[in-house]
Design a protein around this ligand. Sequence first.
Ligand SMILES: [Zn+2]
Length: 126
Amino acid sequence: MPPDDLLLHCCHNPECPQHGRRGAGNLTVCGHYGKNHHRLLDCKACKARFSEFKGTPYFNAKLPHDKVLGVLDHLDDGCGTRQTARLVGVGKDTVTRLALLAGRHAKATHDEVVAFPPSDPRGPVR
Ligand SMILES: [Zn+2]
């Protein structure tokens, strides 16, 4: 059984029949990378491999993940930017940036498509 949180991920290969579908059971963890041992996901449907953080607010964030989670938790609870920054111990700019990323992510979740094409004027989420 894959870990439950794999259900939150989906394949990022636009050519893939499972592209953008979460919880389709097509993803497996095929390895780890980086000093934090981030997982590398493998799509059984198309054999594509990508980082578990691609298309999520975690990806490329320079913060420790528990801080990212803390920020998102507080925002979810309805805390304002300033309050969240103070409670988690990060800068207001960081909270704003993560909120934007998370908003993007939330919208993408709604649309069931995470990866933005490079032609998207908002820029790709890397
Ligand atoms: Zn795929």
